[in-house]
Design a protein around this ligand. Structure first.
Ligand code: AMP
Length: 284
């Protein structure tokens, strides 16, 4: 497994005749890798000649009061997991390599990035789309493998790829969960034992909404109210949003019948912020 830190070395590798004919599967990550990331890497491995993973805690996607400094960094274990899955190349750039002192360009997806996560974290998606533009430009993968866990991020990156004509196909992998439903996240390690016990409430609320839709509930407001009430049963938890939205536009759902919907939510438990979502195709 090759580990590359410098942009120039990555370019040289990418342009080598032996690599340029290969089909590359790419998994962007911020490290602190867990079984959710492993599933993405395995998917990339199963479909590609060459698997590239980037590990970069991107400062641009953290707000000034967010957890950039505390974000877990577990380099040795990350590299061991990558080796185990059969990754070919790990791109491990420094912040200075990607953002030299005179860096002054940003890439913004407008409407899709403004709702939900974008409303709570106003500079987040601009950071994501700016770094993804750089990484896709450098790596030029045939496939880019992303997790449903960050569904809005997937939709925003899909728009970025379409609008800027990147020649990569996106592959979305299902969310990997703990046995009690909590979505795996690098941040889960910061939950206290009591918070950990409360954390699956978010997934339970989403499942409640999914069950209502399957049972014929046709009012987005009722579904949203029921999910909110379930979360309110756990006073330790602060709701940032919990909603029923169109899975394509991410606009709040106005009709349920026959729609492709995403139920999505974000909550805080102490200083830990959790997000999750479920995709639902509503019956006609
Ligand atoms: P991150 O390292 O948090 O930036 O995530 C890197 C990629 O892993 C993103 O595409 C995430 O959606 C995906 N991911 C994170 N957690 C999970 C999970 N529990 N299941 C599936 N994919 C995940």
């Amino acid at each position: 497994m090759r580990i590359v830190r410098a942009i120039r070395a990555l370019r040289q590798w990418r342009q080598a005749p032996s690599v340029s004919v290969q089909r590359i599967g790419y998994v962007p990550t911020m490290g602190a890798l867990h079984a959710g990331h492993r599933a993405l890497l395995q998917r990339a491995r199963s479909m590609s000649d060459v698997v590239v993973v980037s590990i970069f805690v991107n400062p641009l996607q953290f707000g000034p009061s967010e957890d950039f400094a505390q974000y877990p960094r577990t380099r040795a274990a990350d590299l061991a997991l990558c080796r185990d899955v059969g990754v070919d190349l790990v791109f491990l750039p420094s912040t200075e390599a990607l953002y030299p002192a005179d860096f002054q360009t940003s890439v913004t997806v407008s409407r899709l990035a403004q709702r939900w996560e974008g409303a709570c974290r106003p500079t987040h998606f601009q950071g994501v789309t700016t770094v993804m533009t750089k990484l896709l430009h450098l790596i030029q993968p045939q496939w880019t493998v992303l997790g449903q866990k960050d569904y809005q991020q997937y939709v925003v990156i899909r728009q970025l790829v379409k609008d800027l004509n990147f020649a990569t196909a996106l592959v979305m992998c299902p969310t990997v969960r703990e046995p009690d439903g909590l979505a795996l996240s690098s941040r889960n390690r910061y939950l206290t034992p009591i918070q950990r016990r409360h954390a699956p409430a978010l997934y339970r609320a989403l499942r409640l909404g999914q069950g209502m839709i399957r049972n014929g509930q046709r009012s987005p407001q009722r579904i949203q109210r029921a999910m909110t009430e379930l979360l309110q049963d756990t006073p330790e938890l602060t709701i940032e949003y919990i909603a029923v939205a169109d899975a394509g536009t991410l606009e709040p759902a106005t009709t349920i019948r026959g729609a492709r919907l995403v139920l999505l939510g974000a909550v805080r438990l102490g200083s830990v912020r959790l997000i999750d979502n479920i995709l639902v195709r509503a019956p006609r």
